[in-house]
Design a protein around this ligand. Structure first.
Ligand code: TXA
Ligand code: MG
Length: 339
């Protein structure tokens, strides 16, 4: 039986032992709990439990063809789920626990609901650094499926209050562990062709670090949260409500500004600096909080140019997807004007 949903989803401290015990009980009964990780907040459920996984898709309004990442607490547990090639093992040993997800062939005995994998023969696995999430995997004794804890297609959550705003009343509990230190989601590498690993999503582990093990990585688009048969929309993720304009050094007076570096000339109240000192790790950690904050204040966000090096690749990936939403809205608007 699935737990009834609360009208108001409680937020409890992730360092409170009683809250952790509550989370374990909810997960064991097929409920879903938002959990802080080093990347973003995840919406965790028992990966084996069909109704629990269905509850996560329903809470996020996520299309069923988009599979979930399954989280583990050790390399041994990961190897019960996927067959890692030698390159996969080398990546796991170098970067786990941490912000790296590996997509590999599912083992015959992987105890994961086929809803979580969208019936694919492959599975995405991550051993996160988050002590809260690994504690829950251990305590429940099962891998936990966890997509980002936001409504599908919207800006990802890096604070408990972002989760509450997006999913209040749709999930059972939010554990508050403060701001997520990495701030962008995990890097996803596909090992389905063992000789040619693919970078499916740039993220918390920079490409250059991975390439010391894999050699040059190809970059393929990941599975999309929108219908793959709608190619014009396939980039739509992380979309704020406001329209976005990228690579702007001088915002218009009516635009809010997401800056990067010293901007002494910009004084207005709708200004959020990703990093005054041009530190990309700080910018990544602040990215989604900046987008959430500006989105609550304005209809137009201009964004400073961000270098593509290191974590810049992941930051630019998220910004381009967020801006793709604005572009498709403009196309629809101009299409309807000319019609
Ligand atoms: O940092 C993260 O990865 C966070 C935290 C909570 O771990 N999770 C996260 O999950 O970002 P989500 O669901 O928002 O993004 C997972 C991505 C989706 O684009 C999904 O299509 C892709 O992983 N994915 C999952 N299984 C896959 C598979 N078998 N093959 C290819 N892509 C897959
Ligand atoms: Mg997501």
């Amino acid at each position: 039986m699935i737990l009834p949903l609360p009208v108001e989803t409680p937020i409890q401290s992730a360092s409170d032992p009683q809250a952790l015990a509550d989370a374990v009980a909810i997960l064991a009964q097929g409920g879903c709990v938002a959990v802080p990780t080093e990347t973003v907040y995840g919406l965790a459920c028992d990966a084996r439990h069909r109704e629990a996984v269905a509850g996560v898709y329903a809470a996020k309004r996520r299309p069923g063809f988009n599979p979930l990442i399954v989280h583990v607490d050790s390399l041994e547990r990961a190897r019960t789920l996927v067959d890692l090639s030698s390159k996969g093992l080398a990546l796991a040993r170098a970067f786990w626990p941490g912000p790296l997800t590996l997509v590999a062939p599912k083992t015959a005995f992987a105890a994961v609901s086929d809803l979580a994998t969208a019936r694919l023969d492959s599975l995405a696995v991550r051993w996160p650094k988050s002590r809260t999430l690994t504690h829950l995997v251990k305590a429940v004794g099962r891998p936990l499926a966890a997509p980002s804890a936001n409504a599908s297609g919207t800006v990802s959550p890096t604070r408990a209050e972002h989760v509450k705003k997006s999913l209040n009343g749709c999930i059972h509990l939010i554990l508050d562990g403060g701001p997520c230190p990495v701030g962008v989601e995990s890097t996803i590498i596909s090992l389905l062709d063992p000789d040619r690993p693919d970078l499916l999503r740039p993220g918390g582990v920079p490409r250059s670090s991975l390439e010391t093990i894999t050699g040059p990585l190809c970059h393929q688009a990941p599975l999309s949260e929108t219908a793959p048969s709608s190619p014009g929309q396939s980039n739509r993720h992380y979309a704020p409500r406001a329209r976005m304009r990228l690579n702007v050094t001088r915002p218009e007076p009516d635009e809010a500004y997401l800056g990067f570096g010293p901007h002494p000339e910009i004084e207005h109240s709708r200004f959020f600096n990703l990093s005054q000192s041009q530190c990309l790790a700080e910018a990544a950690a602040n990215l989604f909080a900046g987008l959430h904050w500006l989105d609550s204040k304005t209809d137009q966000i201009a964004v400073a140019p961000i270098p593509e090096a290191g974590l810049g690749e992941a930051i630019n990936d998220r910004l381009h997807r967020a801006a793709a939403h604005s572009e498709s809205m403009s196309a629809i608007a101009s299409g309807s004007r000319s019609a």
